[in-house]
Ligand binder design. Structure first.
Ligand code: SAM
Length: 262
């Protein structure tokens, strides 16, 4: 799709023009023709056009009214909605689009300035989602799939690996976009179906993970001291002198339960 829309940096607008990358993203959705699909940030429609050709039920969420005008002119049948994706009501969308138990399929070349909030919003909405295929900064993609004891391992790795199944699909170079971003990008798939929910209070786990990685150079016995009032239990002995990056996601579950359930 061609358009003279002047990209707005503040909205993270880097329009994808690499046909190969576009085709790979659409194929990676691994969805059927009548699966309900939601696109985050359609922009001027690089992904939207092939999506409309492939899927019967598509809703696109876009914050930039200029982009919406371009889309409406070029794809008059498209259901594009104006708003901030961070305010999206995924439960209502799933219901409206008839996603049922199967869940929505999500796709997007994400606005990078809000990658993490979008990922956490998708995690919160996981009961309504089947699979998401999203483009983000390569460095963030690496964090999602990072293993313990690596530099990239952190809050995103633990939470995304506990409540979804992330896979790193492929790397995309800056030249695939206009204007080119300063960093490499990568496409990640997040599967939400068939995940066994960990037996832990989600908010408590988030608190522990954030507190521990907030001081990632410190041993857990020192970084988690501040939690003593709300979490009266104690850190299991073998974990006391470890740094957070040494704990696998399921060990964070055990740690949270030990702290909060005593
Ligand atoms: N999908 C297009 C493409 O691949 O060429 C555009 C991708 S561009 C990286 C990100 C898009 O997200 C832009 O169209 C931008 O306007 C939109 N966007 C930015 N912030 C948003 C928000 N809070 N909610 C919804 N869309 C947003």
């Amino acid at each position: 799709m061609t358009s003279d829309l002047r990209p707005k940096k503040s909205l993270g607008q880097h329009f994808l023009h690499d046909r190969h990358a576009i085709a790979r993203i659409v194929a990676a959705l691994d969805a059927k023709q009548d699966d309900p699909v939601v696109e985050i940030g359609p922009g001027t429609g690089a992904l939207t056009r092939p999506l409309t050709e492939r899927f019967a039920r598509l809703v696109a969420l876009e914050v930039d009214e200029r982009a919406i005008a371009v889309l409406q002119a070029e794809l008059p049948d498209l259901d594009v909605r104006h708003g901030d994706v961070l305010n999206a009501d995924w439960a209502a969308l799933a219901e409206e689009m008839g996603a049922g138990k199967h869940g929505l399929t999500v796709v997007g070349n994400l606005p990078y300035y809000i990658t993490s909030p979008i990922l956490f919003a998708l995690l919160d909405a996981r009961r309504h989602l089947r699979r998401a295929v999203v483009m983000m900064q390569k460095e963030v993609a690496e964090r999602l799939v990072a293993e313990p004891r690596t530099k990239a391992y952190g809050i995103l790795s633990v939470q995304l690996q506990l409540w979804a199944r992330p896979s790193y699909l492929f790397t995309v170079k800056p030249g695939a976009f206009s204007p080119p971003p300063k960093v490499d990008s990568a496409v990640v798939a997040l599967d939400f179906a068939g995940i066994e929910e960990p037996d832990v209070n989600e908010n408590q786990l988030r608190t522990v993970v954030r507190t521990a990685f907030g001081q990632r150079r410190k041993m857990l016995r020192s970084s988690l001291k501040g939690l003593a009032k709300q979490a009266p239990g104690s850190i299991p002995e073998p974990m006391q002198t470890l740094r957070p990056e040494a704990l696998a996601p399921d060990e964070f579950v055990a740690l949270t339960r030990a702290l909060f359930d005593g």
